[in-house]
Write a protein that binds this ligand. Sequence first.
Ligand SMILES: *Cc1c(COP(=O)(O)O)cnc(C)c1O
Length: 355
Amino acid sequence: MVHAPARPPVGAPPVRINLYSDTQTRPTAAMRDAMMAAEVGDEQFGDDPTVTALCDRMAGLMGKEAAIFLPSGTMCNVIAIVTHCRPGDEVLAHETAHILSSEGGVHAALAGTQIHPLQGARGMFSAETLRAAIRPRTRHAPPQSLLEVEQTANIGGGAVWPQAELDAVVAVAREEGWATHMDGARLMNAVVATGIPAKEMVAGFDSVWLDFTKGLGAPLGAVLAGSSEFIDTAWRWKQRLGGAMRQAGICAAGCLYALDHHIDRLAEDHANAKALARGLRQIPGIAVEEPDTNLVFFDPAGTGLASAELVKALRLQGVQISMLGGRIRACLHLDVTAAMVEETLGLIRAEVAKA
Ligand SMILES: *Cc1c(COP(=O)(O)O)cnc(C)c1O
């Protein structure tokens, strides 16, 4: 079993326009300068001032008592689930959730939990759907203990949960006595798109995390926030999993830089996503979902060109873009300009004309 990056087709030039993922952003020169200048200490000892500053800042931003710096978003999800749940418990999440499809089965392997896949459009589900999934409290049924939502919903097309819908599913969880966890890998995209402050958006959640390596452009790091008690237990798991670090302030400085300089600019990514969707919609035969944030999913099948063919043709012209479940996903981020979006649209129009 190997996970190798897809090899570029023979003869492909270097990538000029990278729409593949916002994880592929590179730290800017100014972010690297901030990292170089970071004050550091031993993070495991609670002695790294830059990590402490980042955690304090994130706890404040999320309106939670405490926060913990972790190497990745996946580790945030693992630690949150293992902290909230006991082996044999059931987690309720959307059927396209990252915890179900993209974390190597870790929640079964390590937490001993099973995940109940909920259905609903665009990576979201209604309070009615959630209610219908409630199991009787018998000796036969797995105990249900955690509600998990993604904001934004990645496979849902970067969709933003409307606040009323979020509040409604949280209310069901509260009635049932479940804990609530938000996978906020792209939470700040939802915050920028709606204007709702993060702490209001996540008020109903016992734990929430933000990834710094997506559109925020840092090379490493995610921060998980919650109550002091929750974070104490999370620290034990961080240590157990080998996630406790040393002079991690070098990385935390990149995250602090992103909080200062890369949040407001997410609006540019959203505008570029809308421009791309608008341009694609004008090409007959391309089906496009209207983006809420920085992800644009489209299907060129109606042009006579299969997704894989179009992806390959673009890659041969230096444009890298991904395929997810038969659709094409374009991801807008700080390394993609409005001019690059126009250029990509021109290349797609030319390919469709040839088809
Ligand atoms: C990227 C992502 C993760 C995992 O984060 P990593 O930092 O890559 O481990 C989890 N959930 C969602 C929705 C994501 O997009």
